[in-house]
Write a protein that binds this ligand. Structure first.
Ligand code: FES
Ligand SMILES: [Fe+2]
Length: 348
């Protein structure tokens, strides 16, 4: 079974992908079914009928019940079986006949699934405060045959640009990586990118890098379990939600966030940004697909260097979070993605 960090909200679908019809998809290594009740609320279950294992996603919705296509068992939004045609309206339904359901939220144009123990109260969704209001966005969706760790690390790697993106965003040949200055904790990783042309200059000291980071927004910001922000300018951001499909496949929801409001221009702008982002991402894809082992948790033999600091922090925290199955509900409720109270400040 695929290993993923527990006790997290995972973005799993864009809202627009889920209509009224049951939708069967693979996420986090499990077959899941999503559907909406008449009030528009989304629901999620394991896509396996507790009766004889048929896929509920090939069923239909009847009066706010999800109906199995095999023998017509009906399940409500929390998976309780409400009707078994073969035993009649008066038949007694065992409590054990239940379609496992998952807590779910719908916000910021995504459907989020809670993976883990049900806490008394849930932590807030891992989303960037800066994106919460006033933006337009366009999305590009793509799937790569890679483990999510390699997909995420690729977007935290600040040294590959002059090589992988030689013809695009790496054309300036800024191969010399100062730092990068990184702040990281179990909520996320912030990276201040300061790359330049190698002219034999002395790299700035950690203290100098920290000082300049103090007055600037990080260039890259990642939040566990898998959302990422590239700070292109105060009014333009790229965002990726990395959605684990299974151990061999990751789905990317790549959004450009902007402020272009005039409908036709907006469409054109999003189309052009989409084409360019897809092109750049394909440059990454060619190399990331070749990385072995597929799951970076198994890559103990790899020798990371100073410029890989964001990647090494990701590995360290990812491993720690994977092991924290017993993260207490109390801890979970105190997570605050906008604060870095226990930041591990990098200083070497
Ligand atoms: S398998 Fe679903 S009702 Fe029988
Ligand atoms: Fe890249």
């Amino acid at each position: 079974m695929m290993r993923v960090i527990e006790n997290q909200w995972y973005p799993v679908l864009e809202s627009r992908e889920l209509k009224r019809k049951p939708l069967g998809v693979e996420r986090l290594g499990r077959q899941l079914v999503f559907w909406r009740t008449s009030d528009g609320l989304p629901h999620a279950h394991l896509d396996r009928c507790p009766h004889l294992g048929a896929a509920l996603s090939s069923g239909n919705i009847l009066e706010d019940h999800l109906v199995c296509p095999f023998h017509g068992f009906e399940f409500d939004r929390i998976g309780k079986c409400k009707h078994i045609p073969a035993i009649g309206r008066k038949g007694k339904i065992s409590k054990e006949i239940e379609a496992r359901h998952f807590p779910i939220r719908e916000e910021f144009g995504f459907i989020w699934l809670w993976w883990g123990k049900e806490p008394e109260s849930y932590p807030q969704l891992p989303y960037f405060n800066v994106l919460k209001a006033g933006w337009q966005y366009g999305t590009v969706v793509t799937e790569w045959p890679v483990h999510y760790t390699r997909a995420i690390e690729n977007q935290l790697d600040v040294a590959h640009l002059p090589f992988v993106h030689r013809t695009t965003i790496g054309a300036s040949g800024h191969s010399f990586v100062e730092g990068p200055y990184v702040e990281a904790n179990e909520q996320g990783i912030k990276v201040w990118v300061t790359n330049s042309i190698d002219e034999g200059q002395r790299p700035r000291s950690p203290a100098e890098l920290a000082e300049s980071a103090a007055t600037k927004e990080p260039g890259l910001h990642f939040l566990f379990p898998g959302v990422w922000l590239l700070n292109l300018s105060p009014r333009l951001k790229n965002y990726i939600a990395f959605v684990p499909i299974n151990a061999q496949k990751t789905r990317y929801y790549l959004r450009v966030y902007h402020h272009v409001r005039i409908p036709l221009i907006r469409q054109l702008f999003e189309m052009l940004m989409g084409i360019s982002n897809r092109f750049i991402l394909n440059q990454d894809k060619r190399v990331v697909l070749t990385q072995t082992p597929r799951d970076s948790s198994d890559a103990h033999q790899e020798r990371l260097i100073r410029s890989d600091r964001a990647v090494s922090q990701f590995r360290r925290l990812h491993e720690r979070l994977l092991e924290q199955k017993a993260l207490s509900c109390q801890q979970a409720t105190t997570m605050d993605v906008s604060l870095y109270p226990s930041s591990i400040k990098e200083d070497s």
